[in-house]
Write a protein that binds this ligand. Structure first.
Ligand code: NAP
Length: 285
């Protein structure tokens, strides 16, 4: 029987740290941290994410600026807005909610965001910095996972770490952060052979596949730390991870639930990145 890693509690402590630092910046430097959130179109899931980000800003004492643009907004109009936000001193972080409508090229938009305000850490400059270990912003979800692992007291150095998934926003940066902490890292994907055997060697298993109940207890080493990044909506509307919780928790030493595991961490780390951006832009970090 494993211990549950409480993502809500860990994220609350990250947000509390951010809130205290943000209050200090306001009182001592007269600086109010600002995050601009841009949403294009009416994707309901994106709407929920944007609302949650605005609420988190309020909770930590940031100013949020929302730009809700029409579905038919052109790429040029969006790029114009990004350029205005790049130059606006009140805006320390810029987040363009993905996915964007099909007629807009996401890469072009991400590349237009100033790397200094790229609090999602998706810009190639920030991705490159993560690669060489010289980073200011960590991509929010992998950074949240690192905090969750840390909260268990598990030392990563020397451990066998297996990451399932190699997306640019989760799997690849996740592998890199574990490597920076001296884990021995294996990255698995849809062409990986003998996935079960690879997983059974993992002391730390991070799963980011996007398939409900993909990893089962028989794929988990006794005593492993299991982090489930997956967020899958089942037909009955319930949210479900990539790990089959009931069988996995019999093997793992620590495990994240879904919901209440990695999910809350992502927004908390976004707040942390925005604070870092504000400090850097004002010569305070
Ligand atoms: P993605 O871009 O679809 O990547 C999925 C990865 O899984 C790919 O690398 C794919 O391999 C791999 N994969 C697919 N089938 C596989 C198989 N049979 N065996 C081994 N690997 C397989 O997804 P993502 O954006 O990384 O997201 C992954 C999950 O995390 C989703 O459920 C998403 O909703 C969730 N997520 C949660 C948060 C959060 O805040 N909690 C944030 C981001 C994402 P190939 O590269 O070979 O195709």
């Amino acid at each position: 029987m494993s211990q549950i890693i409480d993502g809500k509690a860990v994220s609350a402590s990250v947000k509390q740290e951010v809130k205290e630092e943000a209050a200090k910046l306001r009182e001592e430097k007269g600086l109010k941290v600002g995050l601009a959130v841009v949403i294009v179109g009416n994707n309901p899931a994106s709407r929920v994410y944007v609302n949650n980000k605005k609420k988190a800003c309020e909770a930590v004492g940031f100013q949020s600026y929302e730009y809700a643009l029409d579905e038919n907004t052109t790429q040029e109009q969006l790029l114009d807005l990004v350029n205005v936000l790049n130059r606006d001193d009140k805006v320390n972080g810029i987040l363009v909610q993905l996915p964007l409508p099909k007629h807009i090229d996401e890469k072009t938009v991400i590349n237009a965001i100033s790397p200094d305000k790229d609090v999602d850490a998706f810009h190639p400059v920030n991705v490159g910095k993560i690669m060489i270990g010289d980073y200011a912003f960590l991509p929010c979800t992998p950074a949240g996972v690192m905090r969750l692992i840390e909260s268990t007291g598990t030392k990563i150095a020397g451990k066998q770490c297996v990451v399932i998934g190699r997306s640019n926003i989760v799997g690849k940066p996740m592998a890199m952060l574990l490597l920076h902490e001296s884990g021995t890292v294996t990255v698995c994907h849809s062409k990986t052979q003998n996935l079960k055997e690879v997983c059974l060697g993992a002391d730390i298993l991070v799963v980011a596949v996007g398939r409900a109940n993909f990893v089962t207890g028989d794929m988990i080493k006794e005593g492993a730390v299991v982090i489930d990044v997956g967020m899958n909506r089942l037909d009955d509307g319930k949210l479900c991870g990539d790990v089959e919780y009931e069988s996995a928790e019999k093997k793992a030493s620590y495990i994240t639930p879904v919901p209440g595991g990695v999910g809350p961490m992502t927004i908390a780390m976004l707040m942390k990145n925005t604070l870092t951006a504000a400090k850097q832009q004002n010569g305070l970090a």
